[in-house]
Design a protein around this ligand. Sequence first.
Ligand code: ZN
Ligand code: ZN
Length: 179
Amino acid sequence: MRLHIPFSEIPEHGVRIVISDRSWLSDDLGEKAESASAEVQLTKKSEERIEIQGALQVELRLICDRCLAEYVFPLATSLQLIVESPDGDRHWRIQDMEGSGDELDTLQVSEPVIDLADILCQQVYLALPAKQLCGKNCLGLCIHCGHNLNDGPCGCHKDQAANSPFAVLAGYREHNKKK
Ligand SMILES: [Zn+2]
Ligand SMILES: [Zn+2]
C-alpha cells in the first residue's frame, strides 16, 4: 500500500483507499497497537486542494494513569480535512480566501503530496484521551503498599482502619448520633 499520494495521481472523480493493515502507524503507535485499519476517500477540490474524509480504528495497549496496569483502548475516530499545497501563485490564494466558506481544517503542505500515514497518525494522537484510565471506576493503587485495588482490597488498608483509634472514636460518634 502506497501511503504517499501525489495530488497529480488523484483522479477527478476521487479515490477510495482501504488500509486493512498497520502499515500506516508510526513507530511509536506501532509498538502499542494490537490492530489497526483505516479507510479514506480522497476528493480533488482543485489542483492544489484535496479533501480527505474517512475513519480509522486502532486498538492500543496503554498504561493506566491511576493503577499503572496495561489495558487495551479501542480508538475509533473519523476525519475530514483539506490538504492544500499553495503553488506560490498569490492570485490563487486570494481567490481561495474569497471563495468558499468551507470550515474544514486545512493542512498546508509544501509539496503537493498526501502523506496519508502521517495524517492518520495525527488523528490518532488527537483522539487519545488526556487522562488514560483502564476504566472509569479504576480504584488505583493503595498509597501504603502499592497493591492494585482493582484486584481486591489489600490487607494493610483494612488493618489500619480497624486498628486506628480514630476509627473507634468515629464508630462511637456514629452510635451516639443515632440515639
Ligand atoms: Zn487503572
Ligand atoms: Zn495496601
